[in-house]
Design a protein around this ligand. Structure first.
Ligand SMILES: *Cc1c(COP(=O)(O)O)cnc(C)c1O
Length: 350
């Protein structure tokens, strides 16, 4: 027998949203629209050099991001999606099995997976009755073996945000050698003025690193590109543990083009922001428990009815993302797709 790590047997698998021909996919928080013509042209152009390795240093995109976000390029690390950066953060901070990674639960399903792959110990802190991070309980969970804290705002899958005051409280309370990773995959959908924006805090807190992605608002989920912004020390460490050439030339070029087209991309976020209020109101009227969302998805706290609800939606040709036995996450999409989902959801209550 090959000597495979026995602990991989208990590794939870990342469950992708299902793609079913003919069905509406509201399971992965993607944008329904394709990349813009400028982005598609950049991808096609980069593909003509597909026989060559990509730029290992991701220099062009890093410089463009530095300019767009107003930070020095040394403070940016680009990765093969921000999921990869999450894994790199664990690899960069944890070495012993006793090293701990703290995060809220339920939160992003990749956190337990990357922590376990990194051979570190998972310390979860239950979200509160309002489906929000319990920041004080998270502070209390930080101990001498804590190496990394993931904070997800807006939280996948509940859509709730951590406020700036809460994150400042957490940063003030945790030791300065504990790295705090603020995962802002849905930052472009945030409208709540009290919600944290990690970029406002990174200059004051060298132990804060902000994660952003091109997979959601920037319509590049298939191209795999995300980035971290933090101290030069953290960015350097992330680059050290990155597997080489993991950000393709097509991804690098597409992300630069996405930044050029940022206005167009953010304008379509505004449509989703409008729709999410309508979708939530309709669900509340139909009797579902749905927290306010600052993201491009809604959370239906269905408990034991989670799996039956997902199956029912599938019968109506709508694919949602169940997290049995907690609830169902549903992407807010175009008005037509949302209406199809709402019809299915109402039929479930009858
Ligand atoms: C979708 C998502 C990401 C982005 O993942 P990529 O690897 O960049 O596609 C990161 N964090 C959270 C919480 C997400 O929901």
């Amino acid at each position: 027998m090959t000597q495979i790590r026995p602990d991989l047997d208990s590794l939870p698998a990342y469950v992708p949203g299902k793609t079913i021909p003919g069905a509406i996919k509201l399971a992965s928080n993607e944008v329904a629209l394709p990349p813009t013509p400028r982005m598609l042209a950049a991808i096609a152009e980069a593909a003509t050099s597909g026989n060559r390795y990509p730029d290992l240093a991701v220099a062009g995109l890093t410089a463009r991001l530095a300019e767009a976000r107003g930070v020095a390029p040394e403070r940016i690390a680009v990765g093969c999606g921000s999921v990869s950066l999450c894994q790199q953060l664990v690899q960069a901070t944890c070495r012993e099995p006793e090293d701990e990674v703290v995060f809220a639960w339920r939160s992003f399903e990749a956190y337990p997976i990357v922590t376990q792959i990194g051979g570190a110990t998972i310390r979860t802190v239950p979200i509160d009755a309002e489906f929000r991070h319990d920041v004080d309980a998270m502070v209390a969970a930080v101990g001498p073996r804590t190496r990394l804290v993931f904070v997800c705002s807006p939280n996948n899958p509940t859509g709730t945000v951590v406020t700036r005051a809460e994150l400042e409280r957490l940063l003030a309370a945790v030791p300065r050698n504990v790295l705090v990773a603020l995962d802002e995959a849905y930052h472009e959908y945030v409208t709540d003025p009290d919600a944290v924006d990690g970029m406002d805090l990174i200059d004051v807190h060298p132990n804060l690193v902000v994660l952003r992605t091109f997979s959601k608002a920037y319509r590049l989920a298939a191209l795999r590109v995300g980035y971290a912004i933090g101290s030069p020390e953290v960015a350097t460490a992330l680059r050290k543990v990155c597997s080489p050439f993991s950000v393709s030339s097509m991804a690098q070029a597409a992300a630069v083009a996405a930044l050029d087209d940022e206005e167009v991309l953010l304008a379509s976020c505004a449509d989703v922001i409008e729709e999410r209020v309508r979708v939530r109101d309709a669900l509340l009227a139909a009797g579902f428990t749905v927290p306010q969302t600052q993201s491009n998805f809604v959370w239906l706290a269905l408990g034991e009815r989670t799996a039956p609800f997902a199956a029912h939606c599938l019968d109506h040709k709508v694919v949602v993302r169940p997290f049995h036995p907690d609830g169902v996450r549903v992407t807010v999409s175009t008005p037509e797709e949302n209406d199809a989902f709402l019809a299915a959801a109402r039929a479930f209550q009858e």
